[in-house]
Design a protein around this ligand. Sequence first.
Ligand SMILES: [Zn+2]
Ligand SMILES: [Zn+2]
Length: 376
Amino acid sequence: MQGKYSLKNIDIVNFLFLTLTPVLAIIGTYYWVKIDGFHMGPVILGIVFYFLTGMSITAGYHRLFAHRAYDAHPVIKIFYLLFGAAAFENSVLKWSSDHRLHHHKVDTEEDPYSIQEGFFHAHIGWVFLKKNGEIKEKFAKDFRHDPLVMWQHKYYLLISVTIGMILPTLIGGFFLGSFLGGFAVGSLVRIVFTQHCTFFINSLCHCLGSTPYTDSNSAKDSWIMALLTFGEGYHNFHHYFQTDYRNGIRWFHFDPTKWLIKTLNWVGLTHKLKSTPTDKILAAKMHMKSKEIKSKAGESAEKFMQELEKLKAQALETYQRLQDLKTEYKRSKKHLAPMSLQEMKARISATRAEFDACLQQWEFMVKNYSFIQGLI
Ligand SMILES: [Zn+2]
Ligand SMILES: [Zn+2]
């Protein structure tokens, strides 16, 4: 055991909570089945609470409060504050100040859950330490003026016990025929699952997967991790474009947190959704691909790399032109004569075709770099 995990550094309450909840979850579930008999009610309650609390962490604590990736109606904010507290992961004030520090100092000694200090530390060990959860004022200034966040911080324990333990127990008892089932599955089992899925973001999402956008830090993209973390598995993208309300940017990327935020936007409950311009994402991806090829091909690829860079610049320039044309078209749609609009549409189509051709050529060069390199 490393020195920092000596007894005097351990936060005994956190340690006991995190180690005892899994044990009590198993014992509670055993006695629920033994006394009241197994039925699906408490299991469904546990799953529903798992989604409500888990997504209050990802959509609320993480993307709304810590990163300000969008804005939300006060009703949604209050919901996140209540059900996020039920995950027993600290108040928004503490959680977000830790998380902002993690982004700011990722992989350094100041990163509260740095993967450089080992998997155990990044996953759960850091929560055992006394210094965890100290509010870093530099990263919490905006919250001091947010009455809802400060209210949650003040009554955090009361809220978390009420929503996270008492509520599922009462639902279990009054509607599903078992207080014990509601407590064991809706509360204890669910808390263990929610917590470890969040912890995976700090541990596995900094170990497993690819680095398509940046290699400046340890964060990885993994669709498997996305399945376990409500879409937070696209962590490489997130560390590079942290104010984007999405983590999985393609429509098929499994990111239920993004879908929730977008759905709430359609019904007017979230707004000012921030998303990274596509050309910036494209530039980051192309840059990483060039780096990968350069490291594989070595110095001999100099001429090939020059051609690739030229093509990349051309693709990005064409993309920008396409965006400008689209904006221009939208702006002048109502005022221009049909003929001029037709002409503009044709220019947009031609520029799109030019961009697609450029991208295809770039992709072809990347895929066949070892063959093409020999020809240049
Ligand atoms: Zn991270
Ligand atoms: Zn983040």
